[in-house]
Every structure is written in C-alpha cells, then in structure tokens.
Design a binder for this molecule. Structure first.
Ligand SMILES: Nc1ncnc2c1ncn2[C@@H]1O[C@H](COP(=O)(O)OP(=O)(O)OP(=O)(O)O)[C@@H](O)[C@H]1O
Ligand SMILES: [Mg+2]
Length: 357
C-alpha cells in the first residue's frame, strides 16, 4: 500500500536546508550557528502557519511554543552578519534592535515596545503581519545587571541593565503589549496599538566577553580545536548559571531556551571571507576598479597578511575591511589615471600600507 504523503503547506517552502544554504553563501564557518538559526527560522514558519490556521478555527495551539535564540561569540565573528542575511530571505518582517538604546519605561531612552513598533513599521503597519515577525536584539550582554560594587553616583536603579531585561521579559514570553503606532514621530498617548508578541521570534546576540565558566576565567567562544565536532562537551559549553553570574536574570535566560556559541574565526576562514562570498570585499574592489578599466588582484600572501593584521587588531572579520581599505587607498586615488592596467597587490605592498615594513 503506498504511504500517504503529507503535503507541506505552500507558505513555508523554505526548509532548514534552504535557509542554511542561503546563509552558507554569505556566512563563512559558524556551521552550528547557521544550522540552529535555520531550524529556528523554519520552526517559526511552521508555528506561524499552524497558529494562523488554528486561530481561524477559533482555538489556540499550546504546544507550538516559540524558541527564542541567544547567540554568543567574540566580536566580529558574524553574529549580526548572520541576522542581516537571515533577514534577506525571511518572508516575515525582520528588525535589528540594539539593546543599548533601550531603558526601563519612563526613563530617557527607548521603551522596549519600540522594537515591536519597528516591526510594525517594517510590516507596513499591518498588525497581523508584524505579529509573526522576527526581532534581532544585538548587544544583549550590555544589559547585564550592573555589579553591586559599581559606584557611578547614580541612584542605584539599573535602568539600562536589569530594568531593560525586566521590560523585555513580557515581549520574550509572548503577551499583549501597547506599541507606539508611529515610531518615526513623537507620539502622544493615543497613538498606540495593542499587539500580541506570542508569535514574534526573538534572536538575541552578545559577546559576553570574560564570561566565567566553572570558576576558570575563559573568554566566551574562544574554545578552538573542537570546532568541527557538532556538540560541545558540557564543561566547554556556556551554561545558564554562567549567564546568571554574568548578570542576566534567571527569568530572562529562561525565556531564551536555544543557546548557540559562535567561534572565533580562523585565519583560513578569514581568507575565505575576503575572497569567496558574493559580496566579498575583494570582489567589491575588483568591481569598483573595473569601472576604471583596471584589473585588480591580490597575491595569496598579501591576503594572508591582511588577515594576520586583522587578528593582531583583535577585531575579527570586522577588521578586514578597514585594513583592506588602508591598503587600497592610494590605488583608489590614482585609479582614473591608470586606465587599462593590471594591478596585483603583493605582500610587501600590504606591509608598507599597514606600516609593518
Ligand atoms: N562568519 C562570517 N562570514 C562572513 N563574513 C563575516 C563573518 N563574520 C563577520 N563577517 C564580516 O565582518 C563584519 C562584522 O561582523 P559582525 O558585525 O557580524 O560581527 P559581530 O559578531 O556582530 O560582532 P560584535 O559582537 O562586535 O557586534 C560583517 O559585516 C561581515 O562583513
Ligand atoms: Mg554585532
């Protein structure tokens, strides 16, 4: 007897593999993170679709709870980069919020509801569409509770740390909130709309540098050597307790059940970042110079030197662009006078430009 096939509803045709493969073009390395994000995004489609159906029939699906995600990794390893690329393919509204811009309600700074307001804006003010969006909250480690020993002369109320975590709890958990209807202007108290955050997926990210694990000082995400194994051993993994010790509230961490650690990028991964993705820096400059009819290339040693310099500056992949730009400056200036030439940047060219020769 032929087995009955269940057709996948049309509106979640992006499978985890589709999402992973798309991310894989633009995000080098960070395999585990790409997988976790792909699965979460797919489940988000499922949940939204199932809840929509159930809602139309007038009941609720208690089983399909959202699984907010926390990404932890060193600076310049691709946390925001993954989020931005995910935004490109998601068919739901997607916003990136910076946790440091928010304060506890009533204080100078944005209220966390503005995150949802921005989602509404991204959804062309369609509440129903916005209610299935994704909010990426960057720099969450900056809203850790301030150490009790800190003396900064303030009243002691932690309006940017614990206060923001408290305010975020409701959004993370899913509930009805009042959202400013027009985030682009100053609003008065009538310009609010009620929104349900039950189906809004939150992806949080932070570096959590100097995270203490098991009493040993060990910076987060720097555990290299085992990056090819799919699962980390228990003592390698950052635990809920580690995050609490760092200053995250238990209730906060509890609402973010999926945690993924990103690794510091290796030299060979950084070389690939410069050369491989469709939007690679090298390709970008080649295109820029081709408009001056100049054929640009870099020797392998030159690219490796740029990578080594980025490592020295401890900026992760973020440093690559800066160093690349430093290397290219004179050439960019002279380009219009060099029409028709072929230029290959050598190791010594790079060393001169970055002042290491
Ligand atoms: N894994 C990666 N693959 C490709 N490019 C990357 C990767 N990681 C970083 N980059 C490049 O480096 C830039 C900086 O990375 P990104 O902004 O994602 O860092 P981050 O992990 O968010 O760091 P921070 O904690 O400082 O915010 C990106 O815009 C991207 O161009
Ligand atoms: Mg970032």
């Amino acid at each position: 007897m032929p087995t009955k096939t269940i057709e996948r509803p049309k509106d979640f045709w992006l499978t985890p593999r589709d999402i992973y493969e798309y991310l894989d073009q633009y995000v080098i390395g960070q395999d585990r993170a790409k997988r976790v994000i792909a699965i979460a995004a797919y489940n988000h489609f499922k949940r939204v679709s199932a809840n929509k159906e159930a809602g139309a029939k007038g009941y609720k699906l208690p089983l399909l709870k959202k699984s907010n995600i926390l990404m932890i990794g060193p600076t310049g390893c691709g946390k925001t980069h993954i989020a931005r690329n995910l935004a490109q393919i998601m068919e739901v509204p997607f916003v990136v919020a910076d946790a440091t811009e928010y304060t506890e309600a009533g204080y100078y700074g944005k209220d966390v509801e503005v995150m949802v307001g921005e989602l509404l804006y991204a959804a062309d003010m369609d509440v129903e569409v916005a209610e299935r969006g994704i909010v990426f909250v960057d720099e969450v480690d900056k809203i850790a509770r301030r150490g009790s020993g800190m003396k900064d002369g303030s009243s002691g109320r932690d309006i940017r740390g614990e206060g923001v975590q408290q305010a975020l709890l409701k959004l993370l958990e899913g509930g009805k909130v009042f959202v400013p209807y027009n985030i682009t202007q100053h609003w008065n108290k009538h310009d609010f709309v009620q929104m349900d955050t039950s189906n809004i997926l939150f992806i949080l990210a932070g570096t959590f540098t100097d995270l203490y694990r098991g009493g040993r000082t060990r910076p987060a995400g720097f555990g290299r050597g085992k990056e090819n194994s799919a699962v980390k051993s228990a003592e390698e993994r950052i635990s809920v307790e580690d995050l609490q010790r760092y200053g995250m509230l238990a209730e906060f961490v509890g609402r973010v059940p999926v945690m993924v650690e990103l690794e510091e990028l290796s030299e060979s991964e950084m070389v690939r970042i410069v050369t491989e993705p469709p939007d690679a820096i090298l390709k970008e400059y080649q295109q820029l110079l081709s408009m001056d009819k100049i054929e640009l290339d870099f020797s392998e040693a030159a690219i490796k030197e740029i990578v080594r310099e980025a490592k020295r500056r401890k900026l992760g992949a973020r440093g690559l662009r800066t160093i690349f730009e430093e290397t290219m400056q004179d050439l960019m200036f002279e380009a219009p006078e060099m029409v028709g030439k072929k230029v290959t940047i050598s190791l010594s060219d790079v060393r001169k430009k970055i002042g290491r020769e």
